[in-house]
Write a protein that binds this ligand. Structure first.
Ligand code: HEM
Length: 291
């Protein structure tokens, strides 16, 4: 059964209090067993990113490496070079639209004062990376405890952000060379082509070697981590992989339990605001605005 912690908090508040056994260490708060980690918007963004990226690679790389037999075959299957370029540019529009949507979401969430900077790198990430190295070398007894996103996930996220900025800016120069050379020297077009093709190759290698390993082959999640498609992960995985977030949610729910349904009586509006705040901070990743 899929339920966010916010729903669990709400249920807890509705439950009759008299005679009910309560206790801060009870496991009841873990019901139901799934935690919603990604909302619908995040899942759709990932699908659009994955599909447009694969399409851009298939239509772009044969242009960079035209002498490869696979390149000739691919371009033939796509109906020739003109078709390949048309598909590449059409997918580029989807890719740019996604970037604008993502950035717009962050700006709007920030303006509403609801941005949780869960993807912003901080000092703990550096310490975590060092701690993980020590653990991997057998010099520490346990791995570091992570929050909602760990340093490797942040690294990947920012890699995509900077990589997309390079691909979009250089792609636009290749698309509209006459316009750009009104303000840039002619060499900029050749430089943009080098950067565009080089970054495309780097991005493909990163996705295949790093991303696909960590979401498909890594022993921790083999045979596949499908949470970005289903949106949910088990409480057990939360406890193991995101213990700091898990602890925070548990404290949140215990506070809601302690407040009880009586917490709303007489002061409905104020309590509702407090619960809404708790919901946002406890369990709705969509309000991060970053993921
Ligand atoms: C991550 C996504 C992308 C990948 C992997 C990719 C890959 C490539 C590759 C490998 C080339 C051949 C470069 C060369 O000949 O050396 C290329 C060409 C090109 N790309 Fe991209 N690209 C991406 C995104 C974009 C975007 C966002 C735009 C538009 C803003 C764009 C516009 C172009 C254009 C105009 C060309 C020249 C060939 C043509 O006219 O179709 N690309 N791309």
């Amino acid at each position: 059964m899929k339920v966010t912690v916010a729903t669990a908090v709400a249920r807890e508040r509705r439950r009759p209090r008299p005679g009910r056994r309560t206790g801060p260490r009870g496991d009841a708060w873990k019901e139901p067993e799934w935690f919603i980690r990604f909302d619908v918007s995040q899942r759709l963004q990932h699908i659009v990113l994955a599909l447009s990226f694969v399409g851009l690679v298939i239509t772009g790389l044969p242009q960079k490496y035209p002498n490869w037999p696979l390149a000739t075959w691919t371009i033939q299957q796509l109906g020739g070079i003109d078709n390949s370029r048309l598909i590449h540019r059409s997918l580029a529009v989807a890719f740019i639209a996604l970037a604008v949507y993502h950035l717009g979401g962050i700006i709007i969430t920030t303006l509403r004062g609801r941005l949780r900077p869960t993807m912003v790198p901080n000092q703990k990430d550096v310490l975590d990376a060092l701690a993980m190295l020590r653990y991997s070398l057998g010099l520490a007894p346990a791995p570091p405890r992570f929050d909602r996103y760990e340093y490797r996930q942040k690294f990947e996220y920012w890699g995509i952000i900077f990589g997309s900025a390079i691909m979009i800016s250089t792609g636009l120069v290749l698309w509209f060379p006459i316009l750009f050379t009104k303000v840039l020297p002619g060499e900029a077009v050749a430089a943009a082509r080098e950067a565009h093709g080089g970054e495309a190759t780097l991005a493909l290698l990163t996705i295949v070697i790093w991303h696909l390993y960590s979401v498909l082959l890594s022993p921790a999640i083999f045979p596949a981590d499908l949470s970005i498609f289903t949106g949910r992960i088990s409480w057990q995985r939360m406890e193991e992989e995101h213990p700091l977030e898990y602890d925070r949610l548990r404290r949140e729910l215990e506070r809601a339990k302690a407040a009880g349904p009586a917490g709303n009586a007489g002061r409905p509006r104020r309590s509702n605001r407090r619960l809404a705040r708790a919901r946002r901070s406890a369990s709705d990743p969509g309000h991060d605005g970053q993921e």
